[in-house]
Design a protein around this ligand. Structure first.
Ligand code: PBG
Length: 324
């Protein structure tokens, strides 16, 4: 390549149309996934202090929100539930009439073309707040798998287009695939939270989902932040167990993990731009320290540039507006 003064990279940066012509990465609302939180009651839209702009919604309100997301051209919604009651086996997670199952039926009616995905985990349904069964102060692996599989099957039966296990227990993808297939749900894809780290950036989410562990933390099952090769092993195992797509979470502090997974695997790759990543920008914007729109779109673009095909983000609806 010739060097200066023959080569001047500023030539293609001079005007907006020139920049647009050579842009390497673009964002489209169709690749954004909006998290939705279903709670008991009727006509409830309860804002969350740590996540401005995001609310817990009763099933009727969640269905209306799903219709709005569909109209905005958003790719998918990812449903979470806040049950009325919790117990030590998380029975609300796999109750055919549980909160997510009800929300799925209502959202399906209101937004027939919106992809409905569900978070498959026990932490919002257990009184101890852990993602699996607890015995002698430890999260037990194999006994929890059956409950996760039952949860996934009940979501698919209630209309989920894809199920997303986020527990990080070993063998969950295989157990869920077998459970779905046994129930005649072989068409339902699994989007595995494959590389999910034990992160400080989930703080605001746990307030929404009321899922902070009552004792200890999640480090015995979620990944250790310093590790990237281990993330690739997690992805590989999930794909071998039958995952149809893989996910890296959080996104911005783990762009290297997204890039590594993209280079190694050809499966669809999602990234979760988590609650803390959103809350940081919101808090700075509220103080006038950052321009929210510019910082949000730059964040999403960076996640895409790192290699994500789709992004779960609390900015989904706003971003669709900004991109319109
Ligand atoms: C459930 C789950 C969590 C998130 C998604 N699914 C919380 C956790 O693992 O503690 C976090 C999402 C966010 O912070 O936006 N296991």
């Amino acid at each position: 390549m010739a060097t200066f003064p023959v080569t001047r990279l500023r030539r293609f940066r001079r005007t907006a149309p020139l920049r647009a012509l050579v842009r390497e990465t673009r964002l489209d609302p169709g690749e954004l996934v909006a998290p939705l939180f279903a709670c008991p009651g009727e006509r409830v839209v309860e804002p969350i202090s740590g996540l401005p702009g995001i609310a817990r919604r009763s099933v009727d309100e969640l269905a209306a929100e799903a219709a709005r997301l569909q109209a905005l051209g958003i790719g998918a919604a990812l449903l979470f539930g806040i049950p009325e009651e919790k117990d030590d086996v998380g029975s609300g997670a796999y109750d055919a009439d549980g909160i997510v199952q009800q929300a799925l039926r209502a959202a399906r009616g209101a937004a027939p073309d919106l992809v409905l995905m569900t978070d498959v985990c026990l932490c919002a349904y257990t009184d101890h707040g852990h993602c699996g069964l607890v015995e002698d102060g430890e999260v037990v692996n194999d006994a929890s798998l059956e409950l996760l599989a039952r949860t996934a099957v009940s979501h698919a039966e209630a209309g989920a287009d894809a199920v997303c296990p986020s527990d990080m227990l070993d063998g969950r993808v295989g157990a869920i695939r077998a459970g779905l297939d046994d129930a005649g749900l072989e068409r339902t894809p699994i989007v595995a939270y494959s590389a999910k780290y034990a992160s400080a950036f989930y703080g605001p989410f746990r307030e929404v989902a009321d899922s902070t562990p009552a004792f200890g933390d999640r480090r015995s099952y979620q990944m250790d932040p310093p590790n990237v090769r281990e993330a690739l092993r997690e992805c590989e195992l999930d794909l071998e167990e039958g995952a149809d797509a893989i996910m890296v979470k959080p996104a911005l502090p783990y762009l290297d993990v997204i890039r590594a997974a993209r280079e190694r695997f050809d499966a669809p790759l999602l990234a979760y731009n988590v609650s803390g990543e959103y809350a940081m920008v919101k808090a700075a914007a509220a103080r006038g320290w950052l321009d929210e729109r510019a910082a949000a779109l730059e964040s999403l673009l960076a996640i895409k540039r790192a290699g994500a095909d789709a992004i779960v983000t609390y900015w989904a609806a706003d971003a669709a507006d900004w991109l319109a």
